[in-house]
Design a protein around this ligand. Structure first.
Ligand code: ZN
Length: 192
């Protein structure tokens, strides 16, 4: 089932997520709904905060993007990044590796807003998956960028926080308008 997306200005996007200690039927349903939502909006990653839940849960599927490469290493061996898609990460912990790389990012909570963000080019990832199994791998390229963007969401951090001030300044009016519109919509809905 497709869920409503939360937009910038909704306080839930600034809330650090609670750890997900067990994959209950409710969590399984949320994961399925998040995949439905991400697919409907043509996203490659979606965090629980983006559907109104402050939890350490994100879903990722980079396969729709074919022009930005990714790398994957499992147990020190190169592997096909698509082999771990679709990907569910619960309580992810990242270890930054490699030099910062600049790349363009968007976010489903910021419609029409795109900007360059510098992030480590590779990251080590430890997390739990939707079956409760431990995951450990190293990745690079688009997958590393996506996982860092989504893991930030789980801590209440947004991609605009990572932007160079000159990049952010160019987007300032769009971001401010989005925030105003979201707050007005929340007031109308009686949720503010
Ligand atoms: Zn995002």
């Amino acid at each position: 089932m497709e869920l409503p997306i939360t937009y910038y200005g909704d306080p839930v996007l600034r809330r650090a997520g609670a750890r997900v200690e067990s994959v209950t039927p409710e969590i399984q349903r949320l994961i399925a709904d998040m995949f439905d939502t991400m697919t409907a909006y043509h996203g490659i990653g979606l965090a629980a905060q983006q559907v109104g839940q402050a939890l350490q849960l994100t879903v990722i599927d980079i396969r729709p993007v074919t022009d930005r490469p990714s790398t994957l290493e499992v147990n020190g061996q190169p592997a096909d990044p698509n082999s771990i898609m679709p990907l569910v990460l619960l309580n992810p912990e990242l270890t930054p590796l490699g030099e910062p790389e600049i790349g363009s990012e968007g976010c489903l909570s910021f419609p029409e807003v795109y900007g360059e963000v510098a992030r480590p080019g590779r990251v080590g990832v430890r997390a739990t998956n939707e079956k409760g199994a431990a995951l450990e791998f190293t990745c690079g390229g688009l997958l590393a960028r996506c996982i860092q963007h989504e893991t930030d969401h789980l801590r209440g951090i947004l991609f605009i926080d990572r932007m160079d001030p000159t990049v952010k300044a160019e987007l300032k009016s769009d971001i401010a308008r989005l925030q105003r519109e979201t707050k007005a919509a929340l007031l109308r809905a009686g949720q503010a």
